[in-house]
Design a protein around this ligand. Structure first.
Ligand code: HEM
Length: 102
């Protein structure tokens, strides 16, 4: 779209990552989604892309691998359990989700 000169712009990554024109079933958490052109780390060259993306991806990989190793039976306490989210217009984070380890 054309943005009028002098306008204020707020880029909302969470919204872009759920763009129906880009993703099939954008609200479904699909860890195998491919291709997955999300913009969680920004996009484009320096200044618009996260300098720590590789470290963040490695940290998340290690965290999930360790979680799977230490809690192999991790599951939702109730099949339809829903998480609660932090209140933020920029970063979406789960504050609680009832799970159990069997
Ligand atoms: C899941 C974790 C992370 C997410 C989702 C994330 C997301 C982002 C996003 C979207 C931007 C671009 C902001 C913009 O200009 O529009 C950014 C920039 C940046 N991030 Fe991250 N980040 C993460 C982790 C990290 C880590 C672990 C580090 C460092 C250890 C880091 C360091 C930076 C730096 C230095 C910039 C500014 C880059 C620049 O201006 O050239 N981030 N991040």
């Amino acid at each position: 779209v054309t943005i009028p000169e002098g306008s204020s712009v707020l880029d909302v990554y969470a919204s872009a990552n759920r763009d129906e024109d880009v993703f099939d079933e954008p609200f479904v958490f699909d860890i195998c989604r491919h291709p997955n052109p999300h913009v969680a780390f920004g996009f484009g060259p320096h200044f618009y892309f996260c300098l720590g993306a590789s470290l963040a991806r490695l940290e998340i990989k290690v965290a999930l691998e360790e979680l799977a190793r230490r809690a192999p039976g991790l599951h939702l306490c109730e099949p339809d359990a829903k998480p609660t989210y932090s209140v933020s217009s920029f970063v979406r984070g789960i504050t609680s989700l009832a799970v159990a380890v069997s």
